[in-house]
Design a protein around this ligand. Structure first.
Ligand SMILES: Cc1cc2nc3c(=O)[nH]c(=O)nc-3n(C[C@H](O)[C@H](O)[C@H](O)COP(=O)(O)O)c2cc1C
Length: 185
């Protein structure tokens, strides 16, 4: 933590708009909000993970997506165990991960509230009935490989059976806010 010459702690930027008091702490049940705020400093893209349970399409907004392995092509995401649709997402044999375009922030909000928000987007069914949402910047169609315990989340690892790069500007998520990437140059 830096100190100014007048002895007050220097504020660090939380996002472009806000400042926070620097803090160092042991994560515990008493400071979950503070811990989440610290995690929120890690900027991510935003994805929607889709699957189909019988004929019912389901989607969830997710920023825990990560690449695991290039050869073979493996990716992961982490469903929260307390989520209403945890069982369906954790066990889905086939699913698709859509990396959202910056214009899809509202869609991200819809799928964060309601897993059945498909009336808010253009979509069609791909292989194995998996819902494929239009206008993403990239898409990874996956077959579930395995799932690991991860505390209050699971870590679902999938084999990428088809990848797509559509180009365009991705949606970003930092400090609890949606935004756009601005390059350093
Ligand atoms: C930007 C963003 C990222 C999220 N990432 C995840 C995630 O990685 N895993 C997860 O289980 N839920 C994630 N969520 C929460 C889900 O989208 C959704 O809000 C939650 O599953 C709803 O819970 P419920 O079905 O119990 O109402 C995220 C939400 C937002 C807005």
């Amino acid at each position: 933590m830096k100190e100014n010459t007048d002895g007050r702690h220097q504020l660090i930027a939380k996002s472009n708009a806000e400042t926070v008091e620097p803090s160092v702490f042991v994560p515990s049940t008493g400071n979950v909000r503070e811990y989440r705020n610290a995690l929120g400093r890690f900027g991510t893209g935003v994805t929607i993970v889709t699957t189909s349970i019988g004929d019912t399409p389901l989607g969830i907004t997710v920023n825990s997506f990560a690449s695991v392995s290039l050869e073979p092509a493996l990716v992961l995401w982490s469903p929260a165990k307390r989520s209403k649709h945890y069982a369906e997402f954790e066990s889905a044999p086939f699913y698709a991960i859509h990396v959202l375009n910056h214009s899809q922030a509202e869609l991200a909000s819809h799928f964060a509230r309601d897993a059945r928000s498909f009336s808010h987007c253009d979509w069609h069914r791909g292989d194995n009935g998996v819902p494929l949402i239009e206008h993403s910047v990239a898409r990874f169609e996956c077959q579930r490989l395995h799932s690991h315990d991860g505390g209050d989340h699971a870590i679902v690892v999938g084999s990428v059976v088809r990848a797509a790069n559509f180009g365009g500007e991705p949606l970003m998520f930092v400090g609890g806010e949606y935004g756009r990437f601005v390059g350093a140059a």
